[in-house]
Write a protein that binds this ligand. Sequence first.
Ligand SMILES: Nc1ncnc2c1ncn2[C@@H]1O[C@H](COP(=O)(O)OP(=O)(O)O)[C@@H](O)[C@H]1O
Ligand SMILES: [Mg+2]
Length: 285
Amino acid sequence: MPARDDGFPSGEFFDAISEVLHVSPEPGMYSAELFKSKKHETFLLSTSRPGEGHNAPLPGTFVVKVFDAGQDDAKARESATLASARARGILVPCVVATAGRFLIIEHLAGENASDVINGPATSDMKDDVATKLGTWLADFHHAFSDGQEWTIRGDSNLRNFIVEAGSGVVVGIDLEESGRGDPDGDVLELIDSILITNPGIYTTAVLETIRWKFSLCGSLLDAYFKQMRVHGHAIERDLDDFLDQLIATMHRLSFRRHAQDVFQEQERDLRDMLHHELRSCFIIF
Ligand SMILES: Nc1ncnc2c1ncn2[C@@H]1O[C@H](COP(=O)(O)OP(=O)(O)O)[C@@H](O)[C@H]1O
Ligand SMILES: [Mg+2]
């Protein structure tokens, strides 16, 4: 691992964890790998050799998320939401410690949901992930709801969920943007994420070739509505209103990706496909 000039994984990080965890591990005991991440540097930190006494390493493998100076609020929000979600039985990783600019989190072995849904997994496995994503969102929304206001996870995209290796359990990560909001926002953004990740609406001119993705959106939405009903929340929704909101969300997000022209070309077909694939979610038996 080449030396880095921002102090990771050396000086600043090891000073910070020795203070918090009362161990003084030596940098040489660790190896670090960088995850693909957008907002932060996020590392997988593993003990590479054992140590003893006050030089004992933190055992095992951890995720370390590095926040810039000035992002203390985001770090505090992420660690507080992870802890309270976990206390309410929501599937999220455990916070090991916060130390200086670093948030140290339990490492979940597995793949993020984008890699599973867009990779070689079978269609049954993908459908299972989509269903679990819908259930996770409903569980999260219910867990923090007081009947009047809602807390949403924020930054609701496929890369912010891990599918655990072996069990296939879906766990939510990256809760730094959580806060008060409209729970529909989380659902709409996650549907957008399914449809725009490759292969998706920006990589094909013929939406019919990715009909399976629209069907995954149906599984997610169906699971979300069902689980919200299980939790006692009345879901009386109108398909056309929902589609208006979804198209508006996707349109808004297309600007961020500088893809608004492509989006507008696809819009009519997109709405027809969504109408067809999502309508059964709005029929209550
Ligand atoms: N607890 C974890 N277990 C396994 N992988 C993780 C964990 N936390 C983060 N990652 C990986 O690191 C990436 C970036 O982390 P994330 O919290 O989403 O930061 P960012 O705010 O930069 O998006 C994730 O997409 C995921 O691949
Ligand atoms: Mg993220």
